[in-house]
Design a protein around this ligand. Structure first.
Ligand code: HEM
Length: 456
């Protein structure tokens, strides 16, 4: 566990009662969102450990019938995406739109529970064998309506928060107001897009050589991530200096790449076409650009280690992701454990460290919950080792698909190492969750102090 810095509670207790809630409230809402996110991470990691056991010893599926590997897999990946990876962004939006401030803050808590309830119902639905089979768009039956409704509930809260905070000093600039209104318009579309895209009859463009995504669609989805990377600092902090080429240059390159992406179209196309892999290679520009950009903003010192971590993962993800797409390499790796390694590098390595960095910045002094040295290293080293193990397994599996299906010494050793690393990841996440629970209790005690009476 990380040790909490000397508590601010005493200071709050010294303050007049009217001052207490307003001092503590903004991060209380953020701490709640962080808690929900971590609760789902711990759950999804426990499921990850279970499916790692089932892959190592497939006979154990017989004991679990009907809740076998195929039922748990959608729970694992959807909860990682819509729970662990999405709720920190919800926290970010609550902060940006001022939904962490009174009186609207009181509504943030039920909205977070609506989100979590939709995920819980979704999990039960997947476990009872209902799945569209579409990775990350597994919403079928009534969860296909309930989850978009949860998103709309959040949207309604953000709209009410913007209305409440419209005259506030933070919204004084017309560009800020316009940005937030445009943001709300875009957020409104997402629930409907999820509903429509979850239809198994709708297919994205396909690479005819591999059955996987095309270079153009890879570039498109990475540009969405880059757009998020570029926007995040504006909602989190201030620039070091008002105008800097370190900020304008990346935006300019982003615009140029978006035009390139539009020019590539959305047709089914092979990764052997040079236009596909060369245009995807344009993402390598972001290796120097992203640290440069983030360096132009002022960050809370608590964020340092996770900022370095997410930038380091990014600088591994972009070149390895591009290399995996190259002709010859993709043909060997596609749909093998190598791609499982790449997914973990992208999500448990890059995305998770980026999100923890965002949460630490949002929590400010309370960000200590993520800063224990041992959990930081256990998480990052385990993810790296996991990725290497899966790359090795994928390299063998490419020319010999039976490699990971038939138990053998090499395969079992790799899968056993994966299991041990998974247990370590689970322990690190459980530690963050316990610290977040402790923090939330402290916030609650500060907001609603019971006996003894505060010092006057
Ligand atoms: C306790 C830690 C974890 C364990 C033990 C674990 C285990 C697994 C296993 C066994 C699979 C199935 C691989 C296969 O079908 O061959 C898998 C897939 C996956 N996991 Fe995890 N996982 C863990 C943490 C995470 C985290 C933290 C994330 C994301 C933030 C994540 C994202 C994914 C994704 C996206 C896939 C699908 C990979 C693909 O099919 O390309 N996992 N995981």
């Amino acid at each position: 566990m990380a040790s909490a810095p000397s508590s601010g509670t005493a200071i709050l207790y010294d303050a007049p009662p009217s001052a207490r809630p307003s001092l503590a409230l903004p991060t209380a809402v953020i701490a709640q969102a962080v808690w929900h996110s971590l609760a789902w991470l711990v759950f999804a990691n426990a499921v990850g450990v279970l499916i790692a056991v089932l892959l190592l010893a497939p006979r154990l599926n017989n004991i679990l019938i009907p809740w076998t590997y195929g039922r748990w897999m959608p729970v694992h990946i959807n909860i990682q995406l819509y729970g662990w990876c999405s709720l920190p962004l919800v926290a970010f939006l609550l902060k940006v739109y001022g939904a962490d401030r009174e009186p609207i803050a009181a509504w943030s808590r039920p909205v977070l529970w609506v989100w979590s309830a939709a995920l819980a119902i979704g999990s039960i639905h997947w476990l009872t064998g209902h799945s569209s089979g579409k990775l990350f768009l597994d919403w079928t039956g009534y969860p296909r309506i309930l989850f978009p409704l949860a998103l709309l509930t959040l949207w309604a809260l953000l709209t009410a928060a913007l209305r409440q905070n419209w005259p506030a000093a933070t919204n004084a600039k017309p560009t800020v107001r316009a940005g937030k209104v445009v943001g709300l318009a875009l957020l409104f579309v997402i629930p409907f897009l999820i509903y429509i895209a979850a239809d198994p009859g709708i297919y994205p463009p396909i690479n005819p050589d591999t059955g996987g995504p095309t270079g153009a669609s890879q570039l498109e989805s990475t540009l969405v991530i880059i757009a998020i990377l570029l926007l995040l600092p504006f909602g989190l902090t201030k620039r070091k200096i008002p105008r800097s080429w370190k900020i304008t240059l990346p935006w300019f390159i982003f615009a140029a790449e978006s035009v390139l992406c539009l020019g590539l179209g959305r047709a089914d196309v092979s990764h052997h076409r040079p236009t596909q892999y060369i245009s995807l290679g344009s993402l390598l520009l972001w290796l120097p650009l992203t640290p440069l950009y983030y360096n132009a903003f002022a960050w809370n010192p608590n964020t340092r280690r996770w900022r370095i971590a997410f930038l380091a993962w990014w600088s591994v993800l972009i070149p390895t992701g591009w290399c995996l797409f190259l002709p010859g390499v993709l043909d060997r790796f596609k749909f093998t454990d190598g791609l499982v390694g790449h997914s973990l590098l992208a999500m448990a390595g890059f995305t998770s460290s980026l999100l923890i960095f965002v949460m630490v910045q949002l929590l400010g002094d309370d960000g200590w919950i993520f800063n224990a040295t041992w959990s930081f290293y256990v998480w990052n080293i385990s993810v790296l080792a996991y990725v290497i193990v899966m790359f090795i397994a994928g390299w063998h599996e490419g020319p010999n698909p039976a490699f990971n299906m038939l138990p053998g010494i090499a395969r079992n050793t790799l899968y056993a190492i994966r299991l041990i690393l998974g247990i370590l990841l689970f322990i690190a996440s459980a530690d963050w969750f316990l610290d977040a629970t402790h923090l939330l209790r402290k916030k609650h005690a500060t907001l609603f102090p019971a006996l003894p009476e505060p010092i006057r």
